[in-house]
Design a protein around this ligand. Structure first.
Ligand SMILES: Nc1ncnc2c1ncn2[C@@H]1O[C@H](COP(=O)(O)OP(=O)(O)OP(=O)(O)O)[C@@H](O)[C@H]1O
Ligand SMILES: O=P(O)(O)OC[C@H]1O[C@H](OP(=O)(O)OP(=O)(O)O)[C@H](O)[C@@H]1O
Length: 223
């Protein structure tokens, strides 16, 4: 068996919009990628860090949770929306990093009030990137929702007749407004979290030490 301390810890970060906010938070905890990480022309997906005991991988936001849940990465940073969508039992999210703030909401067309149909309609269709959260949320409200999974541009679905409603992330509300939609319910508030694989946390003291560094910094920031 490989000595766990002889291999670098793998830290997964999302490619998307959280990354710019995450890099300073990571740096304060001693996670600093090599300069190639910032080179847009570099096609590598895995990078060394200033600390040779760490390695960074850059993947899509939803995949951060999957890499960490399956133990392919030990630690990661991802939005609480993604954590909630997968609900992986192997994931532990010990630190709220207080970045990537937005909310996950239900929205429907502004025009033609009621065009989306009432909640007690026999057939309620929702376009979303979050079918798990959406199904559970509507079920808890006593409504059976048919979810149509999209990977982006959900806001187009109502005007093109794909669905009456959408469930998507909202921050400023500009995307909804510019696409003729209004927010009707907030499902959850979202922020980015440090996530760890539960087994790695139990078996590798370096993971616990890393979590402690992030936790201490988050407490300092909040004070
Ligand atoms: N408008 C927003 N304001 C603040 N945070 C956001 C916003 N949109 C998304 N986020 C957060 O950033 C995370 C990644 O979102 P992003 O839009 O970068 O992913 P994406 O482009 O959909 O990812 P991918 O290209 O991998 O599908 C989300 O899971 C959420 O936690
Ligand atoms: O309320 P706002 O400030 O307008 O932000 C909301 C938008 O931000 C996210 O999309 P993103 O820009 O990440 O693009 P995507 O559709 O490719 O995920 C989200 O999916 C909304 O479309």
């Amino acid at each position: 068996m490989t000595d766990p301390v002889s291999r670098p810890l793998t830290f997964a970060v999302p490619k998307g919009r959280i990354l710019d906010e995450a890099l300073p938070v990571m740096a304060r905890a001693g996670v600093v990628p090599e300069s190639a990480f910032h080179d847009k022309a570099d096609r590598s997906l895995s990078f060394n860090c200033e600390d040779p005991a760490l390695r960074l991988i850059r993947v899509r936001a939803f995949d951060v949770a999957t890499f960490v849940a399956f133990g392919a990465a030990d630690v990661g940073i991802v939005g609480s929306d993604v954590i909630e969508e997968f609900n992986y039992s192997e994931l532990y999210a010990p630190v709220d990093l207080d970045i990537g703030h937005c909310r996950l909401s239900v929205a429907e067309p502004v025009e033609g009030a009621g065009a989306a149909g009432p909640y007690n309609a026999s057939h309620l269709r929702v376009a979303t990137k979050y079918p798990g959260i959406t199904k559970r949320w509507f079920e808890a409200a006593g409504v059976q929702a048919e979810c149509i999974k999209l990977n982006g541009a959900m806001e187009l679905a109502p005007s093109l007749g794909l669905s009456g409603r959408i469930v998507d992330l909202v921050s400023t509300g500009k995307t909804l407004a510019q696409n003729g939609l209004k927010e009707t319910q907030v499902i959850m508030q979202v922020s980015a979290r440090l996530i760890v694989n539960r087994v790695a946390l139990k078996t590798d003291p370096r993971v616990a030490a890393l979590v402690e560094r992030f936790r201490a910094n988050a407490e300092k920031e909040a004070a």
